[in-house]
Design a protein around this ligand. Structure first.
Ligand code: NAD
Length: 479
């Protein structure tokens, strides 16, 4: 079986401990490749390689030169878009068309940050007579990136793109379940002219390689995307060295549909927001809050749409692929068995095609109705294709339901009433609000991140560049 290696200091290397991890294809549950099982020693080697690059060729590169490297990388990703999509689809189980959208987004991240690299600047500040004061944005130095398995390419692209654009050298620990695309992109980055050590990838388990990265004293900033529990652990470990952490931790994002909404426009978006990537999306629209006046008719239409959904292997390229692994499948089953036990009605579900291998990790998309606001199906992240429908009587109740979880990542509002759109948008406790749309096609340019247990700090857009830099103030007294 093929064996993937770490990418450290511009070279491929086996795990220092000599051990490997088998990677399963979620579509049939069978191993198809091996990963290097990274150790603290591998992380240490990667951090040192990054430090050398930061103090050497990469640190010395001008902003325009960094932008040119990223632009060449975006071109190479575009040229290899299909190869990367095939790799991502097999590794994550997602339908090929969704993986193609991911590799297109990856190219776009590098293109966006290539253009932004030489547009970031400081300010001059008014101060006492006889002084000139200015601010400069400088890179942190060596940044650590802990990436999950749901969108390896996109989440890697958004944080590493912004970190490299601002002159940091990166050490990336992708998820053990899916990281082959990230390794291939590291190779393309070298081809694009990125100096050795500016981008290092160490694969392995979270509690081993991930923890070693989070607590390494040579790391100056950590970007983490994943579960709230692990986010807390990473923050605690980073705090030992007073290292700043950006956290993106998921959500229980609501879409609020009023009686005056354009339901023809809303319906496909309500469905795709939870079915995309089999619901394993931090910003999945996993709750639909429906105006009581249209509750039954909209549920009928949603039920029809769910009934028509087909689930199968990634290469069959249907509406939905398998879940990432058996643990995730069991998690979704546990939520659904709770729903059944507590008498929450199932309004409709899709179908797994008969050709889907029994050993794959499949779950039919499921629509649950009348979910009580206090139930864990209305409050906790399932991370599977399960949509919880609830009704509301008025705007205040809609708002209190929408804000009534520990999360606050994304929210959607569907109404034609302009005043209501803004009233709600301002009162929602959420990092992003979409009006008469949801997710805005990925939105590379749009700052993204949460409030409350969804995390803090912002990825994406120009805003991410601020997070990957520190501000230095220089006061010159000239009389
Ligand atoms: P996780 O948080 O454990 O894993 C995310 C990343 O963190 C992976 O690279 C993992 O190896 C690493 N990691 C794990 N333990 C670590 C540790 N002790 N120190 C440092 N790094 C560590 O997530 P998971 O177990 O793969 O999935 C569990 C749940 O997390 C899911 O059900 C879902 O709710 C949530 N999740 C959210 C997102 C998101 O985009 N917000 C992504 C993946 C998973």
């Amino acid at each position: 079986m093929e064996e993937a290696r770490h990418f450290i200091g511009g070279e491929w290397s086996a795990a220092s401990g000599g051990e490997t991890i088998a990677v399963l294809d979620p579509s049939d549950g069978q191993p198809f490749t091996l990963l290097a099982r990274g150790t603290a020693a591998d992380i240490d080697a990667a951090v040192h390689a990054a430090r050398r690059a930061f103090e050497g060729a990469w640190g010395a590169a001008s902003a325009a030169e960094r932008g040119r490297v990223l632009y060449r990388l975006s071109m190479l990703v575009a040229i290899h878009q299909e190869e990367l999509a095939q790799l991502e689809a097999r590794d994550t189980g997602k339908p090929l068309k969704q993986a193609r959208a991911d590799s297109a987004a990856l190219a776009r991240y590098f293109e966006f940050y290539a253009g932004a690299a030489d547009k970031l600047h400081g300010e001059t500040l008014p101060y006492q007579a006889g002084y000139t004061v200015l601010t400069i944005r400088e890179p942190h130095g060596v940044t650590g990136h802990i990436v999950p398995w749901n969108y390896p390419m996109q989440i890697f692209g958004r944080s590493v793109g912004a970190a490299l654009a601002t002159g940091n050298a990166c050490v990336v620990k992708p998820a053990e379940d899916a990281c082959l695309s990230v390794l291939r992109v590291a190779e393309l980055a070298a081809e694009a002219g990125l100096p050795a050590g500016a981008l290092n990838i160490v694969t392995g388990y979270g509690h081993e390689a991930g923890a070693a990265l989070a607590r390494h004293p040579g790391i100056d900033h950590i970007s983490f995307t994943g579960s709230p529990e692990t986010g807390k652990l990473v923050t605690q470990m980073a705090a030992e060295n007073h290292v700043p952490v950006t956290l993106e931790l998921g959500g229980k994002s609501p879409q609020i549909v009023f009686a005056d909404a354009d339901l023809d426009a809303a319906l496909p978006v309500l469905v795709s927001a939870i079915v995309q990537n089999a619901g394993q999306t931090c910003s999945a629209g996993s709750r639909v809050l429906i105006d009581r006046a249209i509750y039954e008719p909209l549920l009928d239409r949603l039920s029809g749409a769910f009934h028509a959904l087909r689930v199968g292997p990634s290469h069959a390229d249907l509406d939905c692929g398998p879940l990432i692994n058996a643990k995730q499948q069991q998690r979704v089953w546990d939520f659904l068995s709770d729903a059944q036990h507590d008498g929450i009605p199932m309004a409709a579900h899709g179908e797994v095609i008969p050709e889907a291998p029994e050993s794959g990790f499949y779950q039919a998309p499921t629509l649950l109705r009348d979910v009580p606001a206090s139930h864990r199906l209305a409050r906790d992240e399932v991370f599977g294709p399960v949509l919880a429908a609830m009704s509301f009587a008025d705007e205040d109740e809609a708002l209190s339901l929408a804000n009534g979880t520990q999360y606050g990542l994304v929210a959607g509002i569907w109404t034609r009433d302009g005043a209501r759109q803004m009233r709600l948008a301002r009162r929602l406790r959420s990092g992003q609000v979409f009006i008469n749309n949801y997710g805005a096609g990925g939105g590379v340019e749009l700052p993204f991140g949460g409030v409350k247990h969804s995390g803090h700090g912002r990825e994406k857009g120009f805003e991410a560049l601020y997070g990957f830099t520190v501000l230095k103030t220089i006061a010159i007294r000239h009389g």
